[in-house]
Design a protein around this ligand. Structure first.
Ligand code: UFG
Length: 336
């Protein structure tokens, strides 16, 4: 019989791609989402239950109904700048939300958790290629919530035998190759969707934040990892836990960085259109270079990014953005 997997935040970007991967592997992803950041159209691969992760009563109903075998916890706010202005919101949603979900999960004897963490916990790194043992350097409340969540999960393993894999994403990018889901944030702050916006929205010009970094072309370098590769890593993390794997935290990136100008060139090559852009001052808190050392995830999960070359990222993101700007969104396939 197929196992139910409870996916909080499953109507979001990485969550929805992961639901597709879970369903393809024979699991039933049960999405639990408040739809504050997630989207109805992104729930296509299993049942949907509306609710907030801080609502223990609602969570208990959903756990009782589906008796999930494992928990995937994506639900959380993700905007670094907003977290500085509204730390109360971030600690409440990201920390209280995790605690209340884990409390109910424990009550229903769920002992396996896959958690969405972030490379934001490394702050301004000392090295350009970051491994998991790089010191944490917490620069904002968002990063603090991810770091504390990892700590909570490690403590819950020691005390309650609840094993977990925390996946530290670098720059999630790209979209489902079949166009069934893709990136959407409100407001959008990420480079690649905004570069496409500059192409499709005549009233918008991309700002390139900083052209004087100590990098080959002066613009910041990031490690962009395809969301389908992230989804595959989540599935592998579940199988690792099912096989008895120990609690761990893993970097997920492509293993190499690209500058902003390299990204824009790739977009121009794929679309044949110029990306209207202007040079602007640096954005506060941005490090010059961030790239992942992904050897640990490769070794522990047997994971290898297959979609994270720049061309595939830009082509899949481009197809998705073209549809969005034409007003096309996928239709939910799930039953209400
Ligand atoms: N950038 C621009 N113009 C824009 C938007 C972004 O030049 O309009 C630049 C940024 O300054 C940065 C690069 O493009 O140098 C990538 O920026 P994103 O906002 O797309 O992503 P970040 O690297 O800032 O953030 C990502 C995740 C965060 C996470 C962080 C940790 O979105 O959640 O990586 O590595 F915290």
């Amino acid at each position: 019989m197929s196992k139910n997997i409870l996916v909080t935040g499953g109507a979001g970007y990485v969550g929805s791609h992961t639901c597709k991967a879970l369903a393809a592997a024979g699991y039933i992803p049960v999405v639990y989402d408040s739809l504050v950041q997630g989207f109805d159209w992104a729930v296509r691969w299993g049942p949907f239950e509306h609710g907030d992760v801080r609502d223990g009563v609602r969570l208990r109903e959903v756990f009782a109904k589906y008796q999930p075998a494992a928990l995937f916890h994506f639900a959380g706010f993700i905007a670094v700048g907003e977290s500085v202005e509204k730390p109360d919101l971030y600690y409440d949603n990201n920390i209280n939300g995790l605690l209340s979900t884990l409390k109910i999960a424990r009550g229903f004897r769920v002992r396996q958790v896959v958690f969405s963490s972030s490379a934001a916990i490394y702050g301004n790194p000392d090295e350009t290629q970051i491994a998991e043992d790089h010191p944490k350097n917490i620069l904002n409340p968002y990063a603090a919530t991810k770091s504390l969540s990892e700590q909570i999960l490690a403590d819950y393993d020691r005390a309650f035998g609840l094993r977990s894999v925390s996946l530290r994403y670098f720059n999630a990018a790209g979209a489902d190759a079949e166009g069934e889901t893709g990136e959407a944030h409100s407001p959008e702050t990420h480079l690649i969707p905004l570069a496409f916006r500059a192409i499709y929205d005549p009233g918008f010009t991309l700002s390139i934040f900083g052209n004087d970094y100590d990098t080959p072309d002066g613009t910041a370098v990031r490690d962009y990892v395809h969301v389908t590769d992230l989804a595959d890593a989540h599935l592998r993390a579940l199988k690792y836990l099912e096989a008895g794997g120990a609690t761990t935290a893993l970097n997920l990136g492509s293993g190499r960085g690209y500058s902003i100008r390299e990204i824009l060139e790739a977009i121009e090559k794929v679309t044949g259109k110029p990306v209207p852009a202007i040079d602007a001052p640096r954005r506060a808190g941005d490090p010059a270079v961030l790239a992942a050392d992904i050897k640990k995830a490769e070794k522990i999960l047997g994971w290898k990014p297959g979609y994270s070359d720049l061309e595939t990222i830009v082509k899949t993101a481009g197809a998705w953005e073209k549809g969005r700007w034409a007003g096309k969104f996928p239709k939910p396939l799930r039953s209400k």
